[in-house]
Ligand binder design. Structure first.
Ligand code: SF4
Length: 325
């Protein structure tokens, strides 16, 4: 029997989808790993304005072209465009489900949202918890990989980014993901520590630039902390699924993100911060507060299209390295 494929727009309790025997598909990863230019082009042909974030256009067209049976739109706790995006997907005949992270970050409210999701997929809390315990085995390995990035320096910032960002859906197959992770970690364990002249943090949503990590490493730095990607990997040691998604900072206030960021900047002895913002994204406003409360060198970069970094942005990055490198 063909397994149902369930698209989603940002990390949410994916355990429920696996517990229902379905394959989760993170539309952001689908967008960026497929022909991302044509995803954007097709969305614009459908009428999406130029002044809407490229991730939204990419998510929209990836949803239409990924053979999905349903899309879960995270309409509270993610993107201000979330509701309109899922309406457009529904208009194309794909069933949608709206999931909300409660803005007050209250246990009972989130518990009730997860219970509704479980009822929608016909699974119990014990089914969900069983899957969580299995995924936690893989997440524990990802925590080791993360520590190898900033402590032992066996893993580069780019590798860290790729593994953590893909843990949002485990590429639809946790067993295969774990096998490939084991192979990678066995290789990394044999390496000599990587050199780093400038210990950087990367804050914000994953970059749309194709060559950001390579460029940073060419300039002599490396990213030792990928903020949101690490959140996607759920690095929280809690047996309770509700607690796990309460500790996950991304859906809540920027001040919740800031607490996590400050802790990790100190612990990882970060020298400087690159804060990425996406053109036409409301998170550019959150970036104002992040910048205000971080007192180490701070560079904001803004990306728009899935492409290599433009020369102006490259120049800003080079100048930042000249001053702080
Ligand atoms: S980058 Fe910002 S505007 Fe774009 S999809 Fe993400 S949250 Fe929404």
């Amino acid at each position: 029997m063909k397994l149902r494929r369930i698209g989603f727009t940002t990390s949410f309790p994916v355990e429920v989808v696996f517990a229902a025997g379905c394959i989760p598909v993170d539309l952001n990863n689908a967008f960026l790993t497929q022909d991302s230019d044509s995803h954007i082009h097709n969305a614009e042909i459908k009428g999406f304005p130029r002044t809407i974030c490229s991730w939204i256009k990419g998510n929209y067209n990836a949803a239409l072209t990924s053979g999905l049976d349903q899309v879960i739109g995270i309409v509270q706790g993610d993107c201000s465009n979330g509701n309109s995006l899922v309406d457009m997907i529904a208009e194309e005949g794909i069933p949608i489900y709206r999931f909300s992270f409660p803005p007050q970050r209250l246990y009972n409210d989130l518990d009730s949202q997860i219970a509704k999701l479980e009822a929608h997929f016909g699974v119990s809390r014990s089914d969900t918890t069983k899957v969580k315990l299995r995924l936690d085995e893989i997440r524990t390995k990802l925590q080791i990989l993360d520590s190898w990035t900033w402590k032992e320096r066996l893993v580069s910032g780019k590798e860290n980014h790729l593994w953590l960002v893909n843990s949002s859906d485990f590429q639809g197959n946790p067993d295969r993901f774990e096998e490939e992770l084991d192979i990678f970690m066995n290789i990394a364990a044999q390496r000599d520590p990587l050199p780093t002249h400038l210990r950087l943090a990367y804050l914000g949503v994953p970059p749309i630039y194709r060559n950001l990590y390579d460029t940073i490493s060419d300039l002599g730095g490396d990213v030792l902390f990928n903020e949101v990607q690490r959140q996607f990997s759920m690095p929280f040691s809690t047996p309770d699924i509700v607690e796990q998604y309460l500790q996950y900072t991304y859906p809540y206030s920027v001040f919740d993100r800031l607490k996590d960021i400050q802790t990790e900047l100190d612990c990882r002895r970060i020298d400087a911060v690159i804060s990425y913002t996406q053109s036409f994204c409301h998170l550019q406003i959150d970036n104002l507060l992040i910048k205000k409360y971080i007192d180490i060198p701070f560079l904001t970069l803004e990306g728009d299209q899935p492409e290599d970094m433009d020369s102006r942005t490259l120049l800003r990055l080079e100048s930042f390295f000249e001053v702080h490198g």
